[in-house]
Write a protein of this length. Structure first.
Lengths: 99, 161
């Protein structure tokens, strides 16, 4: 059986990779993917902690999963809307809520 | 979940995550993100949360569908991208990773302890392992056949050799 410390180490590494991508990259698609990677790592950490504490992982994990779904849906819709007007999506250029 | 299985999936997930945030191609980053979600769903399944894992898989499948429909397919049609399949090193690595994951999945299902059969259950772990292998092999064969069929139709828009 995998120790919980290994799972938490993996989750921390994945959150760190996602955070680095979210901070350093300016492309919209990569920013959305970085957020997904971060939330996925948090989800794995939730499962590991719930297993270590002897509780069911479903309740806390569903909240993070809803965040993940919201980020995926809203991010992809925003990217699609931006793609219709510009070829490349650089998040620094979109600082207004109108065309 | 055994540590060797966990770290096999974890290394794949970490490599895909690092590739997703460092690649310069947006579409490739999105597809790598979908791979990360799929591998993490396997990890969550191994940690004892099968319902959560299936939900993450659904999110990954929906993201892949949206990405293909809204981004990849229109871009290929607009650019008239060729449909040729080139066997480069990344494609070979991807095929190897898929084969490795398939073997791991079948082995994990076969090695899992059999639960007590409930009234109305007629399927055992051995049947489940064979069914998973057959499904994955069938999906790979279908994808290969579709690829070959598309390659032999050069008059299709966007599929010119």
């Amino acid at each position: 059986m995998t120790p919980s410390s290994h799972v938490l180490l993996f989750a921390v590494l994945q959150v760190a990779i996602g955070l680095a991508g979210l901070i350093t990259r300016r492309t919209g698609e990569v920013a959305v993917v970085s957020g997904l990677v971060m939330l996925s790592g948090v989800l794995v950490a939730f499962c590991a902690l719930a297993r270590a504490l002897g509780e069911g992982p479903q309740a806390g994990g569903v909240v993070v999963l809803l965040l993940l779904i919201a980020l995926a849906v809203v991010g992809l819709i925003c990217l699609y809307a931006f793609h219709r007007y510009r070829r490349a999506v650089v998040v620094d250029e979109h600082d207004r809520m109108r065309r | 979940m055994q540590p060797i299985l966990f770290w096999s999936l974890a290394v794949i997930s970490l490599l895909a995550s690092a590739s997703a945030v460092t690649t310069g191609r947006p579409v490739r980053a999105l597809l790598l993100g979908v791979i990360v979600l799929g591998v993490d769903a396997g990890l969550i399944f191994g940690l004892g949360a099968p319902l959560l894992a299936s939900e993450v898989l659904l999110v990954g499948a929906a993201a892949a569908l949206l990405t293909w429909t809204l981004v990849v397919r229109p871009r290929r049609l607009r650019l008239g991208a060729p449909g040729r399949v080139r066997m480069n090193i990344s494609r070979l690595l991807a095929l190897g990773a898929v084969a490795y994951l398939t073997v791991l999945l079948v082995w994990a299902i076969a090695a899992s302890p059999d639960v007590e059969p409930q009234p109305g259950d007629h399927l055992g772990g051995e049947f489940g392992s064979w069914a998973a292998g057959a499904l994955l092999g069938g999906a790979a064969a279908a994808a290969w056949v579709v690829t070959l069929a598309r390659r032999r139709r050069p008059d299709e828009p966007g599929e010119a050799p």
